[in-house]
Design a protein. Structure first.
Length: 272
C-alpha cells in the first residue's frame, strides 16, 4: 500500500442498490465493478475509511464518533428487505476525534456525533468495496451553505490522514436532479460531465481548484445540481489531494438509459 493513499469522489448510485439486484438487474454492474476494484488500486485494505457523505449536513463539519454505528435507512419506497440491511463495520472514535482536532486547528468548529448511523451514501457505496465490513468507518457531514471554498479547505485540512492509512472518499453523485433522472436529464448530465472531465483531468491543480469554486457557471450546472449537496463531497476529496493527478475511475454515458455519471480518483494508485 502507498505511504499516502489516493482520495476518491464516488457517484454512489441510488438508495440501497447493491441489495436490489433482482429489481435492478444489470443497471449497476459497471458501478459495482468500479467500486470493487478500489482495494486493488490502493494496494489492499486501509486502516480506516473517512466518508464525506452527501446525506448529512450540519452547521459545521461533524464526524460520527460511535464505536458501533447503527444503520440509517434514509430512503423511502423501497422493498421491505432493504430496511433490514446491516453493514456492521466498526466505527473509529479516535479517528473521528483526530479529524475534528485537525479541522478545529484550521478554524472549523467541528463536532462529534456519538449516535449517527451509516446512511445509504455510505453503506451502499462501501458494500461492494469491503463486503465483509471489516474496515472501520467514520462519516463526516457537509457544512451548511455548501461553500466550495470551505469544502476544499476541509479537504486540505484532512490531507495528513492519507499518510496514516486513512482512505478519504467523497460520496455523492456527479449528476443529481431527481426530477430529471431519465431522458429529461440527458443533455444536462452529459454537458456537466464533459465539463467535470475537462476540469478535473486537463487543467493544472491551481486552475482546477479555481474552476470548482465557480462550478455553478459550468454548462447546465444548476440543471445537473439544483441543490449541490451531492457535488460538495467532490470538493473535500479534491482538497485532500489538491496538487495530485486525477483519473476517471468510473463512467457511464447511458446510466438509467440516459444519464452521464462519473467517479474520480485523486493521487496515484498502488498499481494501474
Amino acid at each position: 500500500m502507498h505511504a499516502r493513499l489516493p482520495t476518491y469522489f464516488v457517484s454512489h448510485g441510488g438508495g440501497p442498490w447493491p441489495f436490489m439486484k433482482e429489481q435492478y438487474g444489470s443497471t449497476y454492474d459497471v458501478l459495482e465493478a468500479a467500486l470493487a476494484d478500489m482495494p486493488r488500486q490502493i494496494g489492499g485494505k486501509p486502516k480506516a475509511v473517512l466518508v464525506i457523505t452527501a446525506h448529512w449536513e450540519e452547521a459545521e463539519p461533524t464526524l460520527s464518533a460511535s464505536a458501533a454505528p447503527p444503520m440509517l435507512y434514509d430512503y423511502g419506497g423501497f422493498p421491505p428487505h432493504t430496511y433490514q440491511v446491516q453493514y456492521k463495520a466498526p466505527g473509529a472514535p479516535a479517528l473521528a476525534q483526530q479529524a475534528a482536532d485537525l479541522l478545529r486547528a484550521a478554524g472549523f468548529d467541528a463536532g462529534l456525533d456519538p449516535v449517527r448511523g451509516f446512511d445509504h451514501g455510505t453503506f451502499s457505496m462501501l458494500y461492494p468495496v469491503f463486503p465483509d465490513a471489516s474496515v472501520p468507518v467514520v462519516q463526516m457531514s457537509l457544512k451548511h451553505g455548501f461553500d466550495p471554498a470551505a469544502h476544499l479547505a476541509m479537504g486540505r485540512t484532512l490531507a495528513p490522514l492519507r499518510s496514516e492509512g486513512v482512505l478519504i472518499i467523497g460520496s455523492g453523485l456527479s449528476y443529481h436532479n431527481l426530477r430529471q433522472f431519465g431522458p429529461g436529464g440527458n443533455v444536462a448530465s452529459h454537458a456537466f460531465d464533459a465539463w467535470l472531465q475537462f476540469t478535473l483531468l486537463s487543467l493544472t491543480p491551481a486552475e482546477r481548484s479555481a474552476a470548482l469554486l465557480h462550478w455553478d457557471g459550468a454548462p447546465h450546472a444548476r440543471m445537473a445540481h439544483p441543490r449541490e449537496e451531492h457535488l460538495m463531497p467532490l470538493m473535500v476529496a479534491l482538497g485532500a489531494a489538491e496538487q495530485e493527478q486525477a483519473a476517471c475511475v468510473y463512467h457511464e454515458d447511458l446510466f438509467f438509459g440516459s444519464l452521464a455519471v462519473s467517479s474520480f480518483r485523486f493521487g496515484e494508485p498502488a498499481e494501474v
